[in-house]
Design a protein around this ligand. Sequence first.
Ligand SMILES: Cc1cc2nc3c(=O)[nH]c(=O)nc-3n(C[C@H](O)[C@H](O)[C@H](O)COP(=O)(O)OP(=O)(O)OC[C@H]3O[C@@H](n4cnc5c(N)ncnc54)[C@H](O)[C@@H]3O)c2cc1C
Length: 555
Amino acid sequence: MDGLDADVLDMMLQAIQEFADRHLPADLVLRLDHEDECPVELVRMMCGEDLGIHLLFVPEEYGGMGGGSFDVCRVCEKMAAIDLGVATSVLATALGSDPIAVGATEEQKKAWLGRLAEEGLLFAYGATEPEAGSDLAALKTTATPVEQDGRVVGYRLNGRKQWISNGGIADAYTILANTPGGPSWFVVERGAENFTQANPEDKHGIRLSNTAALYLDDVPVHLDALVGGAEGQGLLQAQQVFGYTRLMVAAFGLGAGWSALDRVIAYSTERIQAGGPLSEKQGYTHKLIVPHAARLEAARAYIEETAERIDAGEGSLNSEGAIAKYVATEAGNAAAEAAIQGHGGYGYTREYLVEKIKRDVRITTIYEGTSEIMEMTIARDRWQEHLKSRGRYFHDRADALEALDGAHPGIGAGTAALALHALAEVLEWCRTGRLTRQQHVLLRLGELIAEAECAEALCRRAARAADGALSPKADPRFDATALAVLARVFARDAAIHVAWGGLRLVRGAGGAEDARLPELEAALRLHDVAAAESGGIADMDAAADVIYGRSGGAS
Ligand SMILES: Cc1cc2nc3c(=O)[nH]c(=O)nc-3n(C[C@H](O)[C@H](O)[C@H](O)COP(=O)(O)OP(=O)(O)OC[C@H]3O[C@@H](n4cnc5c(N)ncnc54)[C@H](O)[C@@H]3O)c2cc1C
């Protein structure tokens, strides 16, 4: 899929910013947050003629713009930087219409996607239930067939949905329910008989987003409401878009994280303490700014790469979507936390917005699959790759990075390769010691895998930038030299975390008794990882110079 032209995407991003400047100034956002109010009219303007963001999610043949994953990610990042609650409302429409986009019959697509494009319908995505969150297989909502003359002519839906974004304001809802043939999606319109919506939840953050429970008390629907016209396709249809939808939430983490970091970067240039601006103090920048910028850019590299691959037709890339979501949302959350700290007491009050961003971005590690479920997904998938390749999977990727290091010295690829080699060894020690029977080991492996793969992606992005080969739609914030510095900073973190974290896991889980400890240390190349630390602080100095636009830093 080609998606939008780069200049059309640019125009759209600009239009969103201008809309926000005009209609969502900071004081209004703070007031709506304080009063816990969803600006429904503004959301409708964004998904209507005024801005038309919804058209991005609709293929051209149904009247939309047919945006690709890359386009959607850039728009999601921009929206999240403006307000994550409003962004969630728009996302919910995309999510809600996804089961239709992937699984509906041609007539259903024409009807619903056509209406979405033309009328700007707001959708909601109704999967979660009070007792079925991470474990959707525990679904209790039922769809009981209604028969006439021995033929199914419709269904009656019964159950309750929990935490549904746009729950109280949507025009149409996709509802996951158990039919005799298995979980299936149904489209239910607002106002359907016996279908009610609860009052909005009083939430920690994203208070500009409407979140509400849904009650289905014997709601009659026509046979046409069954998405795809066949029972039992629901979980498959949900899975078909996971890679893409998780990328959208990943872009939310990125946008919100950078929005917080940009605020604290600006603040620190003006705040004078101990005779100079905070931005000049290494103890401040190297803890509160630089590592977060590097981590967010590593996440961006992974998001962009995955989006490009989805757009190139490589499938739904669910594991990559999970890695992108996991790293970007945890990075966004950590960056917002650091932004509060970097503002000192002012960060703890509402005025500087970082306190609100922190509360908002917190949701991204929970919805669309929690971080722990992402860790499990990542670890299970890559574990299979490790087994299938007889332990070569990450060694091969490391070898490719070493080759990249030869062609592009100075982008940290050699250090990132150490992380990937160490990862391959940790997985192998876990295999021979049967350590992944312990769930903690499995989930921590997910974390190490995600970090190593993001380090790899950031090195590749730095190399592509040096070759002038980044997508014309790529974010232009950092040039090739700056990306090389950030890639080196992040690669060191990844190598240390994977090697020492892996050692800790294997040893902690009983996989390396005293006599074998030297063998494990050698396998993880701890000496090489330690040697790669050389120049680490100078690189952080250079990264701080790049971030603050100071001359003479990066090389
Ligand atoms: C503001 C908001 C908006 C939302 N919007 C929507 C929406 O539009 N549509 C929709 O369908 N849903 C929506 N959700 C629901 C959201 O996707 C779920 O909350 C999320 O998937 C987690 O499910 P849960 O809340 O039941 O937590 P649980 O699944 O009960 O998880 C609780 C904790 O246990 C951990 N955990 C769960 N299972 C395991 C396991 N097997 N091993 C180890 N740890 C585990 C989790 O990581 C988490 O830390 C929304 C939620 C919120 C708060």
